[in-house]
Design a protein around this ligand. Structure first.
Ligand SMILES: Cc1ncc(COP(=O)(O)O)c(C=O)c1O
Length: 411
């Protein structure tokens, strides 16, 4: 008989990204010609982890106290202010009610949102192509999930299905928690237009008008890699000012992605609402959950982010470096898409970001075929995901033809 509690017996980390990523890393260590297009981190053209000099400079100037002491559970006010300014930018002063809670990465923000805005057994609404960890956050927080089709039959963003699923969830459980990962959606790289974002806000207002709680979890892990830059991403956020008071947007900010602080584990949940009461409740419940799950977020991570964002010189340098990393990603993506078009390799709708996804009927065979050619990608349900953030432009040039070959061979 298992010693595990009943609902823990079925717990198994089915996400293959970390496992396959570790295999690829090991193979590359033995043979540098291996292409590792698995894990979502940014690497430079020489295959070294991309590190922001501005962030390193700030790190070298942190005091022992700033690095090693305990932080408070929500994190210091200075961190909250720095994050609010960064995420809201020119819209900062026009938001009345904003709550911030420090979390270990965007992951902590997602987990807390699932804990506090779903009743046991409720379903969270996820995209059908998704970062698989959402499912585990749901189970861990006594919830389950259903999916909306990200794209319709014409490969357009599927507002209609999101609306239908929201209505169905409203009728079933009297509350809605909708997850949208934008921009640079993982795994597709799709980025919603301003008008699509506006339609989402309208739907939320329509469905929450009668008092039904509707929460939008905006997973903005890749917000600073949108090829359109800061203004486009923050103009979408400004739309949250139009939400009615039964609705709230919670943004999951990732220090892992914005500042390449993957292993430091730092991020935040940022809630905006037209009701002050919603924010007070948010602060109270999420402080409790954070204390119960991880106690507090690293002072090192929070102070580092605060330093970079509040020192004018460091911040300017950081923004320049960010621009460079965005450009690197755009160049790689352009090359990959150009070569894919040349060989007739179809991708799911892609716009920008760390990943490009390719539909295929037997991803595991394609994975194996490519591994034999020293190429490591991630097989998922009916697609393979190629991490362009981790490979060079030269690799982006050669991969499409090999992937096309693999898909044709494994048909
Ligand atoms: C879509 C998406 N959301 C959230 C995260 C969370 O990242 P972290 O917890 O490291 O901030 C990731 C990480 O890969 C991701 O891809």
């Amino acid at each position: 008989m298992s010693l595990l509690a009943k609902r823990s017996i079925v717990k198994e980390d089915k996400s293959n990204i970390i496992t396959l990523g570790a295999i690829a890393k090991e193979m590359k260590k033995k043979d540098p010609s291996v292409v590792n297009a698995t894990i979502g981190m940014l690497y430079d053209e020489e295959g070294k982890l991309f590190v922001f000099d501005s962030v390193n400079e700030a790190l070298n100037n942190l005091t022992d106290d700033e690095k090693f002491s305990y932080a408070s559970t929500p994190g210091p006010d200075t961190y909250h202010e720095a994050i609010k300014h960064w995420v809201l930018r020119e819209h900062y002063s026009s938001f009345m009610n904003v709550g911030v809670m420090a979390t270990p990465g965007g992951s902590g923000a997602i987990s807390n949102t699932f804990s506090n805005y779903l009743n046991p057994g409720d379903e969270v609404l996820l995209p059908n192509y998704m970062w698989g960890n959402y499912k585990q956050f749901a189970y861990e927080n006594y919830a389950s999930f259903r999916t909306y089709s990200l794209f319709d039959e014409n490969n357009k963003f599927n507002l209609k299905d999101i609306y239908n699923q929201m209505v169905s969830l409203k009728n079933k459980q009297g509350r809605i928690l909708l997850v949208i990962n934008d921009p640079c959606q993982n795994p597709t790289g799709y980025t919603m237009s301003f008008d699509e974002w506006k339609s989402i806000i309208n739907m939320i207002n329509e469905l929450s008008n009668d008092g039904t709680p509707v929460i939008l979890l905006h997973d903005m892990a890749y917000i600073d890699y949108d090829k359109r830059g800061f203004k486009a991403t923050r103009d979408k956020i400004a739309l949250y000012k139009n939400l009615n008071s039964n609705a709230m947007a919670i943004m999951a900010f990732s220090g892992s992605k914005t500042m390449a602080l993957y292993g430091i584990r730092v991020g935040a949940m940022i809630a905006v609402s037209n009701s002050e009461e919603n924010i007070l409740e948010f602060n109270k419940a999420n402080k409790f959950s954070s204390r119960a799950k991880w106690s507090n977020t690293t002072n090192l991570g929070m102070n580092l982010i605060t330093k970079v964002l509040t020192d004018d010189k460091l911040r300017n340098k950081f923004e320049e470096e960010l621009e460079l990393s965005r450009k690197t990603l755009i160049d790689r993506a352009n090359m990959f898409i150009e070569k894919s078009n040349e060989v007739g390799l179809k991708t799911l709708p892609f716009d920008c970001g760390f990943f490009i996804t390719i539909p295929c009927s037997n991803p595991n065979s394609v994975y194996q075929y490519l591994v034999d050619k020293k190429i490591h990608i991630i097989p998922m349900d009916n697609v393979i995901r190629v991490t362009i953030s981790a490979i060079s432009i030269k690799d982006c040039k050669k991969l499409p033809i090999l992937i096309k070959e693999a898909i044709d061979y494994c048909k």
